[in-house]
Design a protein around this ligand. Structure first.
Ligand code: 5GP
Length: 238
């Protein structure tokens, strides 16, 4: 497999075409961003950690029957994924109040929710990724009614699987963001990444943040924290 031309450069990843149109080559970058790109830093080791954590999680989700784009890990910083057309929605699932939910509704961070809550955001940098409702999604023709139902169902399945996975690692899954893509035949795959950049993870005993809030809120160095998440994931397989 050869990597060919650059397809897309995002904030955290570069995607390259390969000699097989069905396969994309991903390189995870060391760049960290927050506040819609207003806060930006190079953090050595972050790309390697998120690449390996995402690979572990996507393999786990595959073993639970959740279809995703991950094919194989190529190196510490690189992986192969299936080509999909990304649906421009961020699907957030929340189990415990935190972040924008706490701020918007004045619910203290750490308040458990009686059932998981699913939210949709429009992936649009110029609009700063606004939260949108299902009628907006249909109006903008971002996804069909059936697809929206499927996204919600898949997001809740991911939540159930990941809540159990992290629980076994002494971590509470507070909330997370997913992205999905369409394959040529119209079927939907979980895509993008699942890592401490895209999830809120709290240590069950100490309540310590094991995620990007450390960077967003200037609470310290993310590298030992992300390494701890990877160590706990790897230990699980022993
Ligand atoms: P909130 O809406 O509270 O800021 O975020 C909810 C969850 O989704 C958090 O776990 C957060 O990490 C994730 N999330 C939401 N939007 C983004 C985004 O644009 N980038 C990343 N990396 N994570 C996001």
């Amino acid at each position: 497999m050869e990597k060919t031309t650059l397809l897309y450069e995002g904030k955290a990843k570069k995607l390259f075409k390969t000699d097989d149109p069905a396969i994309v080559w991903v390189e995870y970058l060391n760049q960290a961003t927050a506040l819609n790109g207003a806060k930006k830093d190079q953090i050595s080791g972050k790309g390697e950690l998120n690449n390996q954590i995402t690979a572990q999680i996507f393999n786990f989700l595959k073993s639970k029957g959740i279809n995703n784009h991950f094919i194989e890990l190529l190196s510490e910083k690189e992986q192969l994924i299936q080509t999909v057309e990304i649906i421009p929605l961020e699907v957030v699932v929340r189990n415990v109040a935190a972040g924008s939910f706490s701020k918007r509704l004045a619910i203290p961070e750490g308040t458990p929710l009686n059932r998981p809550i699913v939210e949709f955001y429009y992936k649009n940098d110029a609009l700063e990724d606004p939260m949108i409702i299902e009628d907006h999604i249909e109006f903008l023709q971002l996804a069909t009614t059936d697809e929206i139902a499927q996204l919600r169902k898949m997001a809740l399945e991911v939540d159930e699987a990941l809540t159990a996975l992290f629980d076994s690692m002494d971590i509470t899954l507070i909330d997370f963001k997913l992205e999905f893509g369409r394959q040529k035949d119209g079927s939907i795959l979980l895509a993008d990444e699942v890592s401490p950049d895209t999830c809120r993870l709290w240590d069950k005993k100490t309540k310590e943040h094991l995620d990007k809030d450390i960077y967003r809120r200037d609470l310290g160095d993310i590298i030992p924290i992300y390494q701890e998440v990877l160590n706990r994931l790897e230990k699980r397989g022993e």
